[in-house]
Write a protein of this length. Structure first.
Length: 344
């Protein structure tokens, strides 16, 4: 079901308020994680246009819409996807749920557009002892990054990052916490680690993790950011622009960080934005900013967009894949959207 159809409508405003009331209630619920690794069936409905007002339009800012799917499943652990990684082949993906589950699958394309998902599996995120991390309160997985087959998952509420050897162990990988600065404990509750990115070995920031908070702000009202490398932590800030907060991030090549952002207000409903931040600007004490690639409201086919992945297709185009977090609400949808970067 669409959350809203048109920005500014009174009915839409009321519905948006109800959705966020549901979200608030959901925060208090126990983790709804997969009990074991198992195969599931995903139902898919196509999204043929991004702008409902002009279905023929394909260009949006610096991106070109390449299609989308509405995903659903009767498995009760399906939903809440808040971090997303696309593998280099552009078909296989993995996501994390904010209730403590993995989801992986393979995208099948038709005429270059998303058609359906096969080989879908879910599994619980495991701790070092082999038990689900959700059992110890580490269920709010909000960020996901990959480097050389190692997955890094950022957890809100406990303010930790865990390392999983996915290349070796797949969905049975056990998470090992990495060292994080003590000031992670000063983050705003439930508004902290939403962006974790792992620059590739070809990058000037090779070996580091980039962390940006959702709405844990510095004294100037900007998002707090960190570069983590071993025992070292470099602190910087990302300029907060408008009412947008960070919901995920991904590397674009070896020199650019893409920030996925969302906004919400009773008057405007939900919004989505993607900004590009040059890695060269990220230095100790810096306040970095970036140019927007796209900005969209609920007149477009968006929901609570929380995950972003990047790959290059066979034609050499850079493809961005976005996923939404439905918060396990019947009023929201799990969307998978793809865009091509224009004018590289």
């Amino acid at each position: 079901m669409r959350l809203l159809h048109r920005r500014g409508s009174i009915a839409g405003i009321i519905l948006a308020a109800l959705v966020f009331a549901v979200i608030s209630l959901a925060i208090a619920e126990a983790a709804r994680y997969a009990p074991a690794q198992l195969s599931i069936t995903l139902e898919t409905d196509p999204i043929t246009s991004f702008d409902d007002r002009d279905p023929s339009r394909t260009r949006f800012g610096g991106l070109e819409f390449r299609g989308g799917l509405v995903l659903s499943s009767n498995n009760e652990a399906f939903g809440g996807w808040s971090g997303f990684v696309m593998e280099p082949d552009g078909e296989h993906f993995i996501a994390v749920s904010d209730r403590g589950s993995w989801l992986r699958g393979r995208i099948v394309y038709r005429d270059g557009k998303l058609d359906h998902i096969v080989d879908a599996e879910i599994a619980p995120l495991l701790g070092a002892d082999g038990a689900p991390l959700a059992k110890k309160g580490w269920f709010d997985a909000e960020a996901l990054a990959e480097r050389d087959g190692i997955l890094f998952v950022g957890f809100e509420r406990v303010e930790q990052i865990a390392r999983f050897d996915y290349r070796r162990d797949g969905l049975a990988a056990r998470g090992a916490p990495i060292k994080v600065p003590a000031d992670f404990k000063t983050f705003t509750y439930n508004k902290s680690i939403e962006c974790v990115a792992a620059p590739p070995q070809s990058s000037a920031l090779a070996g580091t993790l980039i962390v940006v908070t959702e709405h844990s702000l510095d004294a100037a009202g900007n998002h707090r950011g960190f570069l983590l490398k071993g025992d070292d932590a470099t602190r910087f800030s990302v300029k907060r622009v408008g009412d947008f907060d960070v919901s995920d991030c991904a590397m674009l090549g070896d020199d650019t960080l893409l920030l996925l952002e969302r906004s919400f207000s009773l008057l405007g409903g939900l919004g989505m934005r993607i900004r590009r931040v040059p890695l060269a600007s990220i230095k100790s004490g810096a306040v970095v900013d970036g140019s927007p690639l796209i900005e969209a409201d609920l007149g477009y086919q968006i929901d609570n967009m929380e995950g972003i992945g990047v790959h290059r297709n066979a034609q050499g185009e850079t493809i961005l894949t976005l996923v939404s977090d439905d918060n396990f609400s019947v009023l929201q949808r799990t969307l998978l959207l793809q865009f091509a970067l224009v004018g590289e």
